[in-house]
Design a protein around this ligand. Structure first.
Ligand SMILES: C[S@@+](CC[C@H](N)C(=O)[O-])C[C@H]1O[C@@H](n2cnc3c(N)ncnc32)[C@H](O)[C@@H]1O
Length: 496
């Protein structure tokens, strides 16, 4: 028991590493607005307390060992292989290489040198042919990890409360873009819309925009939002897709740039920023060097250090300027996410010109992130270089950098938080919601509700758990953080 606790503390688990829940939801949003009819999500859990295998890059100063010094002593080899330990357990014989592995090795070979960890991460997750997210459903017991919306319907319902409150603060505009970045299975949005469906003024104002790179997940979102494709061929206009959960039109986009601007907009990003590619830097005797992914002569991936500054160093400098000197001084490794910085700027500029706000929920830190990139396959942590494309890669979100990026983008927006997910959901009334659902349910349903509730707002192991120790629900309430960016005209958003 103690050992498991220690392992869990050591773990930087991003997600619920449990067996998945069976998610059912059909009720209206209840706690703040009406007495609900009963509906619930069932969850069965089993914790997997693996330690993430992310610390395999040992921090080593440059060595003057002749058998390793080829990278700096010749002009033809452009990398320093000396400073990094590479684990032996991941191997890819050329014959067994997947399409993605061949592709990655091809890039490294034909470009004549290693690629950044960020480029590696981006290819692994979103390569249009073989990226981790592209062709399959990766969520739930049969998948690789489970997220809060999949744990319990109350999560999407509470986000719906927040969105409706913001819409009220915006003056109940007649037309609003509701944009979700990285909607996964579409469960959060489906629960939000079901919950909000009786608030007609709100739902009639909505145009839903889903930013999703995965065609397979787009299909699943279409299904879960109970979308109907209206045939407008006779009118010679584009086919319109409508969610029958609330009658709102739904559109899909591969990137945020494709989402039309010009209307007040509310953005939701749950576990989206953590999937954006990060660059990793290590302090060496010659300064900060970027970690790069290379291929050895025997065809294994390995991490090496860049011999000179890389383009991402500009973002590193920017990030360091936002931090106190002492904060940087104590770090030997720094992780930065330029895509998150740029995306935040784009969101803040839209909020500034069109009105509205954004809610970002993710796991992360309100400060500089050191070394958090991790890989999860089938609910277990694995090496980030092991069989790329078969495991999820994710990194801690640097909320301080999001704050600075938003504030830099526009003086018309204000940034709130981060606060813990537990504080966020509690102030929206999740306690009332769960109480209300518990009043009319079977014992089995009650247990699943309590378990789901604990996972969303609890911290550590559920004290009420009487089942098998290995299935004890682990709370995510303080590991996940919520941040809001709003147009200053809207005032302070609820919960913050
Ligand atoms: C970790 S999942 C989170 C899913 C969902 N929000 C949830 O909490 O269950 C990340 C989602 O973002 C999508 N995604 C990841 N990177 C993306 C990118 N660069 N552009 C668009 N979608 C992306 C994935 O396909 C997936 O739907």
């Amino acid at each position: 028991m103690m050992l498991r606790k220690l392992v869990l503390q050591a773990s930087t688990a991003r997600r619920h590493l449990y067996n998945a829940s069976t998610h059912q939801s059909s009720s209206p949003l209840a706690n703040l607005f009406c007495k609900p009819s009963f509906s619930y999500s069932t969850s069965s859990s089993s914790s997997s307390s693996q330690v993430p295998n992310t610390s395999f890059v040992e921090h080593l100063e440059d060595q003057d060992d002749s058998k390793h010094s080829d990278s700096l002593s010749t002009s033809t080899i452009s990398i320093d292989r000396s400073g990094l330990y590479n684990p032996p357990e991941h191997s890819h014989g050329p014959n067994s290489d997947s399409e993605l592995v061949k592709h990655l090795k091809g890039i490294i070979k034909f470009r004549g040198g290693p690629i950044s960890v960020a480029e590696y991460m981006e290819e692994v997750l979103t390569n249009p042919k073989a990226g981790f997210y592209i062709n399959r459903d990766v969520f739930g017991a049969e998948g690789d990890f489970i997220t809060s919306p999949e744990v319990c319907q109350m999560f999407g319902e509470m986000i719906g409360v927040w969105v409706m409150c913001l819409w009220e603060q915006m003056g109940q505009p007649k037309r609003v873009n509701l944009v979700e970045l990285g909607p996964g299975r579409g469960t959060l949005m489906a629960d939000l819309l079901r919950g909000a469906s009786k608030f007609k003024n709100f739902t009639e104002s909505l145009h839903i925009h889903l930013v999703e790179c995965s065609p397979a997940l787009q299909k699943l979102q279409h299904l879960n939002l109970k979308c109907i494709d209206e045939d407008n061929a006779a009118e010679n206009i584009d086919r319109k897709t409508v969610s029958s959960l609330c009658g709102a039109p739904v559109s899909w986009h591969a990137t945020l740039e494709q989402v039309p601007s010009g209307l007040p907009t509310i953005f939701i990003a749950h576990e989206f920023f953590d999937a954006l590619p990060v660059h990793q830097f290590q302090r060496a005797s010659r300064g900060w060097c970027e970690k790069m992914v290379d291929v050895t002569e025997d065809s294994l991936f390995r991490l090496v250090l860049s011999p000179q500054p890389t383009p991402a160093t500009l973002y590193l400098l920017k990030r360091c300027k936002w931090a106190a000197t002492e904060e940087i001084a104590k770090l030997d490794q720094i992780e930065i996410c330029p895509k998150a910085m740029d995306l935040t700027q784009a969101i803040a500029q839209r909020i500034s010109s069109d009105g509205g706000g954004a809610l970002i929920i993710d796991y992360g830190l309100h400060g500089v992130v050191s070394d958090s990139l991790q890989a999860i396959r089938k609910h277990k942590f694995v090496n980030i270089l092991d069989n790329p494309g078969s495991a999820d890669l994710s990194a801690y979100v640097d909320f301080a950098s999001i704050r600075h990026s938003a504030e830099e983008a526009s003086g018309d927006v204000s940034v709130h938080g981060p606060i813990t997910q537990s504080q966020f959901l509690s102030s929206l009334g999740i306690n009332f919601r769960v109480e209300s659902l518990l009043q009319n349910c079977t014992d089995e349903q009650a247990e699943s509700l309590r378990t789901g509730y604990w996972r969303l707002v609890g911290e550590g192991e559920a004290p009420f758990w009487e089942g098998p120790e290995e299935h004890v629900p682990i709370g995510m309430g303080t590991r996940y953080l919520a941040m809001a960016i709003v147009n200053k005209k809207q005032g302070i958003p609820v919960s913050f």
